[in-house]
Design a protein around this ligand. Structure first.
Ligand code: F6R
Length: 259
C-alpha cells in the first residue's frame, strides 16, 4: 500500500487526475471503476478541468460504477446515475453507452448482478478503481460482515450508512434501505485501486483499514492484500495513522524510478 498524505482534497485530487491521465495516455481504451458520494467530487472536477483545459479525452474509456440504490429512478437527484451525469459524465467526452451503473430498478436484480459481472469481465477487467470509504469501513456498499470474496449483489445498508447518507436527501426517511454493489472480490480483481478519504470524520476508519487487522468487519482492510493500492488522504483523514511520519517521508523521498 502506498499512503499519500496531502494538505487538501484538491491536492489529493490533482494526484489522482495525473494518475488517470497517465493511464489514458498509455491505454486510451482503459476501463475505470468509479465511486460516488462526496469524496470523489474534487477528483471529478479535476478530470473535467483536464478535459476542458488540457484536452484529456475519455472518448474510448469504459466505466463501471461501484453501486446504486435500489428503487430510485435514474432521474432522481440522489440516484448515482444522476450524480455521475452531473459530476462527471456531462462534463467530459465519454460515450454514454460506455458508462455502466448497476440498475437498481430492475425487476430481476440477481440477473442484473450477474450481467454486471459479465460486462466487467467482457471489458477486459477494471484497470483502475476509484474508492471512497464509509465511516463504518465499507467500500462500495459492502457493509461490515460482507464476504471478502463477494461479487456484485444486493445488500442492505447499515443504520450508520443510512444516517451518513441522509444528508443527500430532503427527507431522511427517503434513503433507500437496499442497494446493488460490486462485491469485495469484484473490487479486488481490479488491476489497481485508489482509495480516497478526507476529513477528521474518516480518520479512525482510515487507521483501521490501513493499519488494523484484515477483517470482514472493516471491509476496506482487505485492500492490504492487494498488490497495487494507493490510499490518498488529506492531513485530517491521516491524523490517526500510527506511521504517519514514515508515510510522509516515503512520499517525499521517492526515488526517480518509483515516481
Ligand atoms: C459510493 C460508495 C461508498 C462511498 C462511501 C463514502 O459509490 O461506494 O463506498 O465511497 O460511502 O461516501 P462519502 O464520500 O460521501 O463520504
Amino acid at each position: 500500500m502506498e499512503i499519500i498524505i496531502r494538505p487538501s482534497p484538491e491536492e489529493c485530487a490533482s494526484i489522482g487526475g495525473r494518475i488517470i491521465a497517465d493511464l489514458i495516455k498509455r491505454k486510451p481504451n482503459a476501463v475505470l471503476g468509479l465511486a460516488t458520494g462526496s469524496t470523489p467530487i474534487p477528483l471529478y472536477s479535476e478530470l473535467a478541468r483536464m478535459h476542458k483545459d488540457e484536452g484529456l479525452s475519455f472518448s474510448e474509456i469504459t466505466t463501471f460504477n461501484l453501486d446504486e440504490y435500489i428503487g430510485l429512478p435514474g432521474d432522481h437527484p440522489c440516484s448515482y446515475q444522476f450524480f455521475m451525469r452531473e459530476e462527471l459524465f456531462g462534463k467530459i467526452d465519454i460515450r454514454p453507452e460506455s458508462t455502466h451503473i448497476p440498475n437498481g430498478e430492475s425487476d430481476d436484480i440477481e440477473r442484473e448482478c450477474l450481467a454486471y459481472e459479465q460486462a466487467i469481465a467482457a471489458s477486459g477487467g477494471i484497470d483502475l478503481q476509484v474508492l471512497g470509504i464509509g465511516s463504518d469501513g465499507h467500500i462500495g456498499f459492502n457493509e461490515p460482515g460482507s464476504s471478502l470474496g463477494s461479487r456484485t449483489r444486493i445488500k442492505t445498508l447499515t443504520g450508520k450508512t443510512i444516517e451518513d447518507n441522509a444528508r443527500f436527501f430532503e427527507d431522511p426517511n427517503q434513503v433507500p434501505r437496499h442497494c446493488v454493489t460490486m462485491g469485495v472480490g469484484t473490487i479486488m480483481d481490479s488491476a489497481a485501486l485508489m482509495l480516497y478519504a478526507f476529513g477528521e470524520g474518516k480518520a479512525e476508519i482510515i487507521s483501521k483499514a490501513v493499519e488494523g487487522p484484515v477483517s470482514a468487519m472493516v471491509p476496506a482492510s482487505i485492500l492490504q492484500m492487494h498488490p497495487c493500492v494507493k490510499v490518498i488522504v488529506d492531513e485530517a483523514a491521516a491524523s490517526q495513522l500510527a506511521n504517519i511520519e514514515y508515510y510522509k517521508e516515503v512520499y517525499q523521498n521517492k526515488p526517480d524510478w518509483q515516481k
